[in-house]
Design a protein around this ligand. Structure first.
Ligand code: SAH
Length: 241
């Protein structure tokens, strides 16, 4: 899969993809991440990407023209599996289901806003969707783009060493239960400062461990994220009730 990022701070991305799973995926040729400098599609001497908002008010707005130019020159003939997402605090919430959906696309181009945001014509006439990574305001879309790429990249076939390991992650429908949190994990030593790892995980009985993990995932979900249980197929059952 090919990811594209359109940004006024290309150097921001020197760090986020230089480690771990994403780097290995890149090195193995399973994904490619292309960072594009928005200023390369400006035509004036100052390489202007922003302007004052119509109607007045604070701050600056990223202009539509260089963004359209950029996308149209990256993909002169855009295919249906070449998707554009605008990072935006007012977008639809990015979640694991969206990450799964993106992982089935051929290419994904992420537009990073800055300042007060992006001329609305980008959302209405260029982007396939507007996505937010949470109910808070960042100063730019770069961190959000890195989050989206990381979450999608680890779902691509072969990127995680073990094909099945993404299936058991939190929120994955294929995991311990439909869209629940992951089960808690322990590693050696079996006892640390008097706190013991659960006995059942040490006994080597795989079926018992599987059942126990499923219950533990459900218990943790109902304690920390009861909102995920509703409509999950567990009928709102809460352990201990
Ligand atoms: N005035 C805007 C905030 C602009 S923040 C508002 O109140 O909604 C500048 C840029 O940061 C945005 O254009 C967007 O690209 C990015 N950004 C900010 N918060 C974000 C979030 N929660 N998710 C994704 N991108 C975000």
């Amino acid at each position: 899969m090919i990811f594209h990022v359109l940004t006024i701070f290309p150097e921001f991305f020197e760090g986020p993809f230089a480690h771990g799973v994403v780097k290995r995926g890149k090195d193995a040729g399973l994904l490619d991440i292309r960072i594009h400098n928005l200023r390369d599609w400006t035509t004036d001497r100052h390489r202007t990407v922003d302007d004052r908002p119509f109607g007045g008010g604070e701050g600056m707005v990223l202009k539509a023209e260089p963004i359209f130019q950029a996308v149209e020159s990256i993909w002169p003939e855009r295919r249906l599996d070449q998707k554009v997402a605008l990072l935006s605090a007012s977008g639809r919430m990015f979640d694991q289901a969206t990450a799964n959906r993106f992982s089935r696309e051929g290419e994904l181009l992420l537009i990073c806003g800055r300042y007060e945001g992006v001329d609305e014509r980008v959302a209405s006439h260029l982007a396939d969707e507007e996505i937010s990574i949470g109910n808070y305001v960042l100063s730019g879309g770069e961190l959000a783009a890195a989050v989206v790429i990381d979450a999608v990249a680890r779902l691509l076939p072969g990127v995680l060493g073990n094909e099945t390991s993404a299936a058991f992650d939190s929120f994955q429908d294929s995991g311990h239960g439909e869209g629940l949190l992951d089960c808690p994990h322990w590693t050696r030593p079996a006892e640390f400062r008097g706190w013991k790892a659960p006995e059942v995980l040490l006994n080597g009985n795989h079926e018992e461990i599987r059942q126990w993990r499923k219950k533990a995932a459900l218990e943790k979900t109902s304690r920390l994220r009861p909102d995920l249980i509703k409509g999950s197929g567990f009928g709102g059952w809460v352990p201990g009730e």
